[in-house]
Design a protein around this ligand. Structure first.
Ligand SMILES: *[C@@H]1O[C@H](CO)[C@@H](O)[C@H](O)[C@H]1NC(C)=O
Ligand SMILES: *[C@@H]1O[C@H](CO)[C@@H](O)[C@H](O)[C@H]1NC(C)=O
Ligand SMILES: *[C@@H]1O[C@H](CO)[C@@H](O)[C@H](O)[C@H]1NC(C)=O
Ligand SMILES: *[C@@H]1O[C@H](CO)[C@@H](O)[C@H](O)[C@H]1NC(C)=O
Ligand SMILES: *[C@@H]1O[C@H](CO)[C@@H](O)[C@H](O)[C@H]1NC(C)=O
Length: 277
């Protein structure tokens, strides 16, 4: 009998210790989560640099993005090469990050070749209104295709959209976007929807013109030395498609566009097929 009692107490102690450990674990997970940022108020772009020491480049960096691209000042560079994009159709997940909508590919979607180095496509996400401007003009939506090397170097291909005919790439995400909005309304922040196998044909089209400059991620931690490639060809989507990309986001993040950053003497290079020999 005594032995049984002490066993029970022992079991309770174990349970108590286990609970404490799991509470501490959860607390440490919460603590190590990167601080929340947004697009308005006290966590808006002006304050990103002070939200965390990891975000300091957002305020003191010198190679920040986005920028306004002045067409006349972009320098044709004959050593730039066709942005060879070689993507396969791949299974992907649509994620609501709260501050943007991201389509994350499972490994192996494909690469682009930049200065002889291969960068793998990891994810695409959208900003609305667009972040980069051309001669001061701001388009309604910008798509970012984020690529990385194994060493962690980043190259982004940016596609600007004006309103017009439906975008085929987004069309295949219509149902997933609606599901994502429903999930978010139910309160599932960070909701994820399996988007199935994504046809990447629309992303692999040949590029006749792009602008290249060295910049940064346009959201915290604002990491620099990102190789930006802004396609010259402006694509189209319907206003309904643009609205569907905003709908699942937190209200304060529906305009998820970072303001323009100083050029600080950077040169924007131009690649154009009809100008090459
Ligand atoms: C900064 O990032 C590192 C690596 O991700 C992390 O270990 C650290 O906790 C972060 N610091 C802050 C203040 O968020
Ligand atoms: C920005 O500030 C951080 C923290 O104060 C510092 O470590 C870093 O060197 C600074 N970077 C630049 C480019 O000034
Ligand atoms: C032209 O492009 C090459 C390849 O990216 C680069 O190394 C070089 O610095 C560029 N030249 C100028 C003048 O920007
Ligand atoms: C795609 O991913 C989902 C979720 O991870 C999985 O259930 C499904 O089997 C995958 N489909 C293919 C064709 O790989
Ligand atoms: C977003 O910006 C547009 C103009 O570009 C404005 O009409 C709209 O009210 C803004 N929405 C929010 C939620 O700030």
């Amino acid at each position: 009998m005594r032995k049984m009692m002490s066993m029970t107490t022992y079991a309770k102690d174990i349970q108590f210790v286990t609970e404490i450990i799991s509470i501490l674990l959860i607390a440490s997970l919460v603590a190590s989560e990167p601080p929340k940022f947004g697009y308005s108020g006290s966590i808006g772009p002006k304050f990103w640099g002070s939200l965390s020491s990891n975000y300091s480049l957002c305020s003191n960096g010198t190679l920040q993005s986005p920028i306004d691209i002045a067409k006349d000042e972009a320098k044709y560079n004959s050593s730039l090469e066709n942005l060879q994009r070689d993507y396969a159709n791949t299974n992907a997940t649509l994620i609501n990050n709260g501050f943007n909508i991201e389509l994350r590919f499972q490994q192996g979607v494909g690469t682009i070749l930049v200065d002889g180095k291969k960068y793998s496509l990891l994810q695409t996400h959208w900003h609305s209104p667009a972040e980069h401007r051309i001669n001061g003009k701001r388009y309604p939506v910008e798509l970012h295709l984020v690529h990385k090397t194994l060493e962690g170097d980043i190259a982004v291909v940016a596609v600007l959209y004006e309103y017009g005919h439906p975008d085929a790439f987004l069309n295949q995400l219509k149902d997933s976007l609606e599901l994502l909005e429903t999930e978010t309304r139910r309160g599932y922040e960070g909701a994820r929807i399996p988007a199935g196998v994504i046809d990447t044909k629309a992303l692999s089209r040949a590029t006749r013109k792009y602008y290249r400059y060295i910049g940064s991620l346009t959201s915290p931690p604002c990491t620099e030395k990102v190789i930006w490639n802004i396609l010259g060809k402006v694509r189209q989507m319907t206003p309904q498609q643009a609205a569907a990309l905003k709908a699942p986001l937190l209200l304060c993040n529906r305009n998820n566009s970072r303001p323009l950053q100083a050029l600080n003497g950077r040169t924007v290079n131009l690649y154009h097929t009809t100008l090459s020999a």
